[in-house]
Each structure stands twice: as structure tokens, then as C-alpha cells.
Design a protein around this ligand. Structure first.
Ligand code: NAI
Length: 292
């Protein structure tokens, strides 16, 4: 399963145009990353405001990564807002990153599949819904593949390629090649709950919150795991991912409806982590404020 890790996919025709549907936390940042890496990207959302916010984040990324302002501007020009979804017909890869709901995703696929270019890949960024559940109803179900980026996209090298025994081998190869082309590391995983990374991370984060419930301070839990060698402590990670998402993932993967009390209390106050400025930590300038 791990054999392709560390090797960039180099086979298959190179991708020129990516169409991303859903300009939220993930879709916006996936679109920005692909534009940074030289691809033409059309970005579609039902909500114009989300596309504008995503463009703002993308411009900040381009300014940070491209010291030459002309290069930063060229990357910005490659990222094209596309409210009508016209880019769908020309794209080599279509990445769906809309709301995590199987019915809504399937309804979208029914609309877009007949419009896609022949041979284009339809990929979903879902983090928890099985490929089998999503592909039922497609005319070419064997061509749907998971391309699962992690948050924050610009910092996380790994991308899971979620496949099933029925997935077309050319689709798998093309997905791996595409991920290599944008300088990420493809990891083939089966369509099982949590795929690989989240299946391991969910219980780890849950146990960290149980420590907080037992009275250990978040700062202490995080400092211990950083001293152990993790790049970031689990509580800070939960704040980064979002407390609502951590709850949903934990419930789905552990099969337990109950959530740790420290998480419940913050969810009740709408303290969702970095995105709301307050979670287990208060967030200032993109960093958690930790007490000594
Ligand atoms: P989000 O809620 O930030 O963004 C979803 C966007 O989809 C919204 O802007 C919404 O307007 C748009 N949308 C919904 N239905 C649409 C439709 N039919 N047509 C066009 N646009 C539509 O969600 P987020 O967090 O970006 O998640 C998107 C996907 O990525 C989900 O499948 C999620 O499981 C997955 N994911 C999320 C991660 C995270 O850390 N948030 C990490 C990895 C995967």
C-alpha cells in the first residue's frame, strides 16, 4: 500500500486544466495550489462570495511563494472564477470539493458527468464517504477516484488516492501522475473508513481530548507530543482542522456517538478552532496563543 510513497507519479499525459467545484476551505486552496504549479484552473461554486474569499487566500499564497511579482500575477491569472462551470467541458481533471453529503455530491455528478471531456478524470476530495457510495448512478462508475488532500493544502505533501478494485487502472495511473505533477506525494489507499491517515489520526485526537477531560491542560498534551517528535500537538491539530470536523470524523470512525466533554462545551459556544479565532486556544495572526 505504501509502495508509491516518496515516488512522484510521472506516467500518463500531463494535466493542463483543472476544474474545481466547491471553493470552500479545501476547494479554494486546492485550486490555488494547482494554479501555483502552473495549471489553468477554473473554480466554481454556487456562492460567488466563497470564490472571492478563495481568490483572496490564493493571492496571498502566490505572493508568499513567488518572489517575482510577475510570476505571482501570472499564477493569479491562471486561477479563473467560473460561476457557470464552463471550464468543466475542457478540464483534464475535475475535482469535486463540495459539502460532505453523499446525496448532494451524487446530484452534482449526475449533472456534470455528461458534460466532461472524454477521458477526463472525475475526482472527489471526500474525507469520509466511500467511493462505492458516491459512484452509484454514474454512467462510468469505475472512473470516479478519490483525490484526498489534507488541510492546509499548501503545507501538506501527502495526497491519498482512494481506489477500489473496480477503479480503472488508467484512472489510477492518471491520478498518481497528476499528484506528482503538482509536487505532492500520492499514496494509494482503499476506500475504507478514514482511508489511512484519518483512520490513524481520529483515535489519536480523541485520546488527546480525553486527557484534557481528565484535567491535563491542552498546552501540556501538545508539548508532550511535540517533545515526542510530532510537528504539531494533537490539540492544536484539532483547532487547525476545526472542532466540528473533528467531532464528525471521530463519531464516524469510532462508532461512538459520545464526544469528549471538552469538545462538546466548545462546540456549544461555536468555538470551532482557528477558523473562528477560538477553539482550545485563542488564535491570533494564524497562530495559537498558548499559556506558559
Ligand atoms: P466547505 O463547506 O468549506 O466548502 C464547500 C463549498 O461547496 C461551499 O463553498 C459551498 O458553497 C459549495 N457547494 C456546495 N454544494 C455545491 C454545489 N452543488 N455546486 C457548487 N458548489 C457547491 O467544505 P470543505 O471543508 O472545503 O470540504 C469540502 C470537501 O473536502 C468535503 O468533501 C470534505 O469532506 C473534504 N475535506 C475537508 C477537509 C477539511 O479540513 N475541511 C480536509 C479534507 C477533505
Amino acid at each position: 500500500r505504501l509502495k508509491s510513497l516518496g515516488k512522484k507519479g510521472r506516467n500518463g499525459p500531463s494535466v493542463r486544466h483543472v476544474h474545481v467545484i466547491g471553493a470552500g476551505v479545501m476547494g479554494g486552496d486546492i485550486a490555488a495550489w494547482c494554479a501555483l504549479k502552473g495549471l489553468t484552473v477554473t473554480l466554481q461554486d454556487q456562492d460567488r462570495g466563497r470564490v472571492a474569499v478563495a481568490q483572496g487566500r490564493a493571492h496571498a499564497l502566490f505572493a508568499k511563494k513567488k518572489k517575482d511579482t510577475r510570476e505571482a500575477r501570472a499564477a493569479a491569472d491562471r486561477l479563473i472564477p467560473d460561476m457557470d462551470g464552463k471550464g468543466l467541458r475542457h478540464a483534464d481533471v475535475v475535482i469535486e470539493a463540495i459539502t460532505e453529503n453523499a446525496g448532494i455530491k451524487r446530484a452534482l455528478y449526475a449533472q456534470i458527468e455528461p458534460l466532461m471531456k472524454h477521458g477526463a478524470i472525475l475526482a472527489t476530495n471526500t474525507s469520509s464517504i466511500s467511493i462505492e457510495e458516491l459512484r452509484s448512478g454514474l454512467q462510468a462508475p469505475q472512473r470516479l477516484v478519490g483525490i484526498h488532500f489534507f488541510n492546509p493544502v499548501a503545507k501538506m505533501p501527502l495526497v491519498e488516492v482512494v481506489e477500489t478494485p473496480e477503479t480503472d487502472s488508467d484512472v489510477k495511473a492518471a491520478a498518481h501522475a497528476f499528484i506528482g505533477q503538482i509536487d505532492k506525494l500520492p499514496l494509494p489507499v482503499q476506500s475504507t473508513p478514514g482511508f489511512l491517515v484519518n483512520a490513524v489520526l481520529a483515535p489519536y485526537m480523541l485520546e488527546a481530548m480525553r486527557c484534557v477531560d481528565e484535567g491535563i491542560r491542552p498546552e501540556t498534551v501538545d508539548a508532550a507530543m511535540v517533545a515526542f517528535g510530532m510537528p504539531m500537538g494533537p490539540i492544536e491539530l484539532i483547532d487547525t482542522v476545526g472542532l466540528d470536523i473533528a467531532r464528525d470524523a471521530g463519531q464516524q470512525l469510532s462508532g461512538q456517538a459520545s464526544t469528549p466533554a471538552c469538545l462538546e462545551a466548545r462546540l456549544a459556544r461555536q468555538e470551532l478552532g482557528r477558523k473562528t479565532g477560538q477553539g482550545f486556544y485563542q488564535w491570533k495572526d494564524g497562530k495559537p496563543v498558548k499559556q506558559e
